[in-house]
Design a protein around this ligand. Sequence first.
Ligand SMILES: NC(=O)c1ccc[n+]([C@@H]2O[C@H](COP(=O)([O-])OP(=O)(O)OC[C@H]3O[C@@H](n4cnc5c(N)ncnc54)[C@H](OP(=O)(O)O)[C@@H]3O)[C@@H](O)[C@H]2O)c1
Length: 333
Amino acid sequence: MATKTRQILLHERPNGLPDKNTFAFKHIEIDSPAEGEVLLQMIYISVDPYMRGRMDDRESYVPPFPLHKPIAGGAIAKVLESRDDSLKEGDYVTGNLPWQQYVNVSASDVRKVQAEAAPVSAYLSAVGMPGLTAYFGTLSIGQPKQGETFVISGGAGAVGSLAGQIAKMQGARVVGIAGTDEKLDYMKSIGFDEVINYKTEDLTKAIKRTCPDKVDVYFDNVGGEMSDIVLDHLNKFARVVQCGAISTYNDPDNYGPRVQFKLIKSSALMKGFIIGDYADEFEEATKQLAAWVASGDLQYEETILTGFDRIPEAFIGLFTGRNTGKLLVDVSE
Ligand SMILES: NC(=O)c1ccc[n+]([C@@H]2O[C@H](COP(=O)([O-])OP(=O)(O)OC[C@H]3O[C@@H](n4cnc5c(N)ncnc54)[C@H](OP(=O)(O)O)[C@@H]3O)[C@@H](O)[C@H]2O)c1
């Protein structure tokens, strides 16, 4: 039997911040799943900053989204009908799925999540990609040690809020940077030692105030001018975790720091990464993240908008600071 569904296509490549012209809604009908496929109902759609890069037509670590095709990204879905022995009706799965209410996919393209072990949305946040990014960025690259100062930009976001807590577990002093006083309160509530509102404080003065012994690890989610300033305060043998540069995604002229001398004078190490680099270790890290969530050692927050129509609004919200923790859209209705 055919199922009616809506989907969201990339209508036009954005020039700067995406707007409503970037997206187009379309109604389609899909057939019953074929042998080896499952019919999925989308439950949560994850909007992520890296998807902005895929809207441009340029070479990167993932190919650009094609124009006039559904945008796709991380999602949690429920199996409505299964034509594969590995999944049954009612199972929850995750995968890279189109912005579509219902879809048929090959069962091998999705992974079952343990809905009884954690709320399913957590597989897009604390025990999903943002959690893994925080885990490997902090532990494999940043390697904060007891008493060291760990500064994190985007500190109240999906990755930042988790990375700061993982650094605290290693005994570091954590300094979080974010853009509203409510986010500062949130960072304090999850144990950050010092917090900075980069929109209302002079960042140079704020770094001097909060990092009297300078910066040992800088976990950078933001890039641009903010990083220019933080990198002027690196301690000897500091580590810079280059996770993201969200301040530049809609503004290609925002080049950010010229790093050479900043690194030389502090003998610092700066390393970029893509979370897929650590795929071989995902299983073990996911178990650890789930254990920390279950024990309460790792707290997580989600900003959830409700309604399929609101996916574009949610995506744009990443760049206007709308979210504390992970930004998701509940599309289950
Ligand atoms: N390397 C990897 O494999 C990997 C994986 C996942 C994510 N990332 C990167 O990690 C970063 C964080 O990702 P996330 O999913 O956790 O996103 P997020 O931090 O939850 O969401 C975006 C937040 O960034 C801040 N922001 C937006 N524009 C800004 C600007 N111009 N200047 C300063 N802050 C700005 C906003 O908070 P404020 O209110 O504080 O401004 C906003 O709420 C992104 O750069 C992303 O691309 C990298």
